[in-house]
Design a protein around this ligand. Sequence first.
Ligand code: ADP
Ligand code: MG
Length: 699
Amino acid sequence: MSDILQSSIAYLKGVGPARAKVLEQEVGIKVCQDLLHFFPHRYIDKTRYYKIAELQQSSAEVQIVGKITGIRKIGQHRASRLVATFVDDTGKMELVWFKGIKWLSESLQLHTPYVIYGKPKYFKGFQIAHPEMELLEAHKSSMQHLMQPVYPSTEKLQAKNITHKTISKMVQTLFLTQGLQLLETLSEEIIEHLSLIPKGDALLNLHFPKSQELLAKSTYRMKFEELFYIQLQLVRKNVINKQKIKGYAFEQVGEHFTTFYNEHIPFELTGAQKRVIKEIRTDVKNPVQMNRLLQGDVGSGKTMVALMTMLLAIDNGYQATLMAPTAILAKQHYEGISQLLEGMPIRVSLLMGSTKAKARREIHADLENGQIHILIGTHALLEDKVKFNNLGLAIIDEQHRFGVAQRAKLWRKNELPPHILVMTATPIPRTLAMSVYGDLDVSVIDELPPGRKPVKTVHKFDSQRLNVFHSIRQEIEKGRQVYIVYPLIQESEAMDYKDLMDGYESISRDFPKPKYQISIVHGQMKPEDKDYEMERFVNGETQIMVATTVIEVGVNVPNASVMIIESAERFGLSQLHQLRGRVGRGAEQSFCILMSGVKLSEDSKTRLDTMVKTNDGFEIAEVDLRLRGPGDIMGTQQSGVLNLKIADIVKDNQILQVARAWAQRILKEDPDLQLPKHRMINYAYQQLVQHKNIWNYIS
Ligand code: ADP
Ligand code: MG
């Protein structure tokens, strides 16, 4: 790479140390290379000329050729303005100025063609205030670039008078600098296959597009390059992981697995469950650590897959552990799994924060001497005191509740790292999973057990509450149970608790004791009280559960058939979907009722409509990603996909796929990038890894 690109922008003509400092602080431009990769976020398109008759009330900036046929001054003193009548061969409009009136009225030329540019407003006809103006004659010869770049700016930059024109000027100076070399960074093979334009041309046209078409080609080329190098790193990391991280080989499928499969499963596994179990088996057979993400919608039967994987571990002489994010969930797993394994010589234990000291000591001891085969629990599993005899498999349920650090802690529980399976019902759109978890293998259960009736979802306004209560009463008559969930948003906690308690009181009035029993669960209760209330609902002693989102994760009460979500407009999509997943677990028809006020933002409307329209978690996740961007989705923060300079992980999905395919193809052929034809790629790759610049997420 030429030295110029690595030198400080302070040395560029007309920049100087003061501006360089602000540019670095505000937008991270330090050396010329950074400047070159600081791309305009939009362009003023001056390739197109509008006719006055074409103008619309919603038009953005337009460029028009026409003549001034008359000028008049209106108003007095401060309120005065200058108005010109401007015509072309299709119609007439007004140009208005509030400043520089004297000078303008002397210099504007009547009946002479002008090119004007500005944003039209409609007020008894179209007007443009303070248009940019140029005589057509001058315009024809002056115009160098038809599309003008607009760069991202900040308040500070503006205060220091560094406008997008300043930046454009700097880039221009850079391009004109003697000795500037813009090396190609992709291989000829790729460039030819995808008909990409050369790097130098792409950079030039991004800053100074000669046409829309060249701009589009340049944008594609640079987006591809950016995504390609991310994928190259992810795919390579994956390959290296596979080679280097030794793990335990579960070579045989033994008696426990087989007995369980043939005699204990109370239903037929779904095709998707079978497929995923096969994928896992293929993985753990090898003496290489498995790192697998298992995605499956709520109720898709992930627990069964988890259990069968644990049996594989036990068949090969290893212990297994399953970590859940809440005590309620850990307990449900413990009870469910113990029941399924009844009659088999497998010892399952439960360890939680609330486990009493004596029981805890026993568990610690039996874990170390290998008598416990499966340990289920909460965060308590991570304590240093918890030592396994021979841990071979760690499963983490509802992974989004745990941080990466916690995952890493499980690693240190044996000599070699155990196989890791993380399960989540919060689907990450496939596309995003690919770029964020390129280093993780992903399995998907995309099929629900048969006989499930999809939950019917409706959206009701607060004014229809009486009707809603009527339906609840009918469901309870049939012996069903009902959840009523209130939002709890940190910022408005006090108000939210008030809403919850008000709601609880009004429900208690409408559903009086002793005929109706109501549980209430929220975050300000003691854990024991929460568990107690939860337990009553699980056991069917109460018919209604009033709660905040604490019930969001994993809880399984098949008899509950109605989920009412209050102020549903305040919930995020994935949360709504999770909540809905609490019902529809039995054979009966279930309902989800989204309650909201009448005033809804566009986004809230989209969220509620999406919920009503579909039950498909992946579809919901895609909409969510569109609405919110990838920022809130787990893992994206660390992954660097948010620091992209030009590509957009959501919108440029197609390019991402192409980039990934190429990364895979190249690494398959040449894992260490040693072939002569990959010299450029290897060079660029090394630069990226060393400089850790925009792609510095290698962990
Ligand atoms: P999730 O994927 O949300 O964790 P669970 O593992 O809790 O789902 O399974 C939900 C329910 O479906 C459980 O009651 C489970 O016993 C049942 N189930 C799982 N697999 C099947 C299957 N293949 N056929 C019928 N029911 C199943
Ligand atoms: Mg589950």
